[in-house]
Design a protein around this ligand. Structure first.
Ligand code: MN
Length: 314
C-alpha cells in the first residue's frame, strides 16, 4: 500500500461573501465533522489537513459594488487559496477544497491551472451545478459573485477576477463540461452559448442517462489535457438528497446519478483535484448533506462497491 499511497490535502474555505443566503461558511466544519478524513484514510490515502483559508466576516467589510458584491475580499481569499492549491500539487498531493460558496472555485481552478501551465500542460474541468455560474456583473440579477466563477475562469466578467493569478482564461472552453443545470439567468444563457463550453442541462441527463453524459464529459475534459478538476456544487443534487445547500432547485441529480458521475471520474485515473461547494448546514437535516459530501468524495477518489481502486500516481 505504501508504494502507491497518495496524500490528500484538505483545504477548508469558509467563504460566504459570494452567496445571498448566509451559512455556507460552516460547510468545511460540517464536512470534517461528518468524517471526511476517516473515510479517505479507510481508502488507503494519507490525509493532511491545513485548516481553513482565512476569510473575513461580511460584517467587517464594505460590500463595494452592488453588481459584484464583496469583489475585493473575494479576490484576496481566492488568491490565497490559489497559492495553497498550487503548493499542494507541487508536493504531489491531491487537493480537496471544501467550501464555502462557489466563488472559491476561482482560486482553486487558478491554482490547478497555474500548476499545469508552468509545465505547458492544459487542465480539463467538469463543473457540476444546478446553475451555470457564468453571470457577469452586467448580467447578474443579484450581484452575488457565487453566480460568476465559471464565467470568470473562462474570461468573462470582472477584470480583477478574470486576471486572478496573472493569466486568463484558466481553461479552454472546449475542455469544460457543465452538468446538471436547471436554472440559468437570461443574460447568462447567452454567455454559456457564446463561450463554447459543453453543457448538459437536466433534460440531457434525463434523455441520455448519466452514464452517457459523464462518459462524454470525461472525454472532452481529457482531450489534450494533463488532468481533470471536478468542481461539485452540492445544489446539483436533488434537494431530496441534499437539502443543506445555499440555493436549492428541484429536479436535480439523483443519489445514484451523483455517485455514478464521481465513480466514472475515479475510473479515469485522471482526477488531479476536487472541490465541493455550497454545503449550507443551516438548511441541512442533522448533517445529512455533510455525510453525502463525504460519500461523494470517497466515490470520486476510488471507493467501489466491490472494493476500492486508488488512482495511479502521476
Ligand atoms: Mn455553483
Amino acid at each position: 500500500m505504501n508504494q502507491t499511497q497518495r496524500t490528500i490535502r484538505l483545504v477548508g474555505v469558509p467563504m460566504d461573501l459570494g452567496a445571498g443566503r448566509r451559512g455556507v461558511d460552516m460547510g468545511p466544519s460540517a464536512i470534517r465533522i461528518a468524517g471526511v478524513s476517516q473515510g479517505l484514510r479507510g481508502l488507503g490515502y494519507a490525509v493532511e489537513d491545513d485548516g481553513d483559508v482565512g476569510v473575513p466576516a461580511p460584517e467587517s467589510r464594505d460590500p463595494g459594488p452592488t453588481n459584484a458584491r464583496y469583489v475585493d475580499p473575494i479576490y484576496h481569499v481566492c488568491n490565497r487559496l490559489r497559492l495553497r492549491v498550487r503548493r499542494s500539487l507541487d508536493q504531489g498531493e491531491i487537493p480537496l477544497v471544501m467550501g464555502g460558496d462557489h466563488s472559491i472555485a476561482m482560486g482553486t481552478v487558478a491554482g490547478v491551472a497555474e500548476f499545469f501551465q508552468t509545465r505547458e500542460q492544459r487542465l480539463g474541468l467538469i463543473w457540476v451545478d444546478a446553475h451555470a455560474d457564468m453571470n457577469t456583473p452586467e448580467t447578474s440579477p443579484s450581484g452575488n459573485i457565487h453566480g460568476m466563477p465559471l464565467g470568470a475562469l473562462l474570461g468573462y466578467g470582472s477584470p480583477e477576477l478574470v486576471e486572478l493569478g496573472g493569466f486568463a482564461p484558466k481553461v479552454e472552453a472546449d475542455n469544460v463540461a457543465l452538468i446538471g443545470i436547471r436554472e440559468v439567468d437570461e443574460g447568462e444563457r447567452e454567455i454559456v452559448l457564446r463561450s463554447g463550453i459543453h453543457y448538459y442541462e437536466m433534460m440531457k441527463v434525463d434523455a441520455r442517462g448519466m452514464g452517457a453524459v459523464i462518459q462524454e464529459a470525461v472525454e472532452l475534459a481529457s482531450r489534450g489535457t494533463a488532468g481533470i478538476h471536478v468542481s461539485f456544487d452540492m445544489d446539483a443534487v436533488d434537494p431530496d438528497y441534499a437539502p443543506g445547500v445555499g440555493t436549492p432547485v428541484p429536479g436535480g441529480l439523483s443519489l445514484r446519478e451523483s455517485h455514478l458521475l464521481m465513480e466514472v471520474v475515479a475510473d479515469t485515473g485522471r482526477l488531479v483535484s476536487l472541490e465541493i461547494a455550497e454545503l449550507n448546514p443551516i438548511h441541512d437535516n442533522a448533517n445529512a448533506t455533510g455525510q453525502l459530501v463525504c460519500d461523494l468524495v470517497a466515490s470520486a477518489l476510488g471507493k467501489k462497491v466491490m472494493g476500492s481502486l486508488l488512482p495511479p500516481r502521476r
